[in-house]
Design a protein. Structure first.
Length: 102
């Protein structure tokens, strides 16, 4: 039996594996629809070095390996949005509902 994969950051079991790459695509799309000016800095700032995280678990969307949970990935992005455009924070939380408020 393979042990269930855990997130490298929060050590929780990854129950809904969507890799940082797929989340990043979704996130960039979401941000660009709401505040184009955020995109450049979002890209440059990119919170999470994606390559480090492709390992244990397979993403349900693209099949890449990953070991960072969606919750941790979005938490980083949320911090970024908070700084740049606080008005988007609530919408972000509603859209990317990965138990961000805990
Ligand atoms: Zn995590
Ligand atoms: Zn993926």
């Amino acid at each position: 039996m393979t042990p269930q994969s855990r997130c490298v950051e929060c050590d929780e079991a990854i129950t809904n594996p969507i890799c940082p790459g797929c989340l990043d695509t979704e996130l960039t799309y979401w941000v660009s629809e709401r505040d184009e000016s955020l995109i450049d800095s979002f890209r440059n700032n990119n919170v999470t070095p994606l390559e480090e995280y492709f390992e244990e678990t397979q993403c349900v969307v693209c099949g890449n390996r990953m070991n960072l949970c969606a919750h941790c990935f979005c938490k980083d992005a949320l911090e970024f949005i908070k700084e740049r455009n606080p008005g988007l924070v609530n919408k972000f939380i509603r859209h990317f509902d990965f138990e961000l408020i805990s």
